[in-house]
Design a protein. Sequence first.
Length: 136
Amino acid sequence: MRRRRGEVKALPDLSATPPATRLRRRSPWGGKAMFLDVLFFLAGAVLDLVWWAVILAVIVQLLINFNVLDTRNRFVWTIADFLYRVTEPMFDRVRRFLPRFGAIDLSPLVVLLLITAAEMLLGALRNYLLINGLYF
């Protein structure tokens, strides 16, 4: 039967079915998470965590250099050491290519720009795969 113009299709009554069944019916993939959705989510989450680690490392190093935080405190030392170990390999690689500016270290800024570019590239890749039907 063909609908007339302006006529709205009636939705099925889902009030009698249990909530779990309602969710499964509405999902176009049958409730299964797509593999690439998980992969892109994890890659984005890792990039976000690294971005925040860089920001926190810069803040902690500034506070230590201005003697606001005392590294003799075990907790402060543990946090500063962890952030140093996580971010310093990235900073070292960037420092190899940057010219020396004296006391100014621009490597965290460059690392943040690279992380942002990687996030944009990840989003563009996901959109490309969606548009071309290669997303499974």
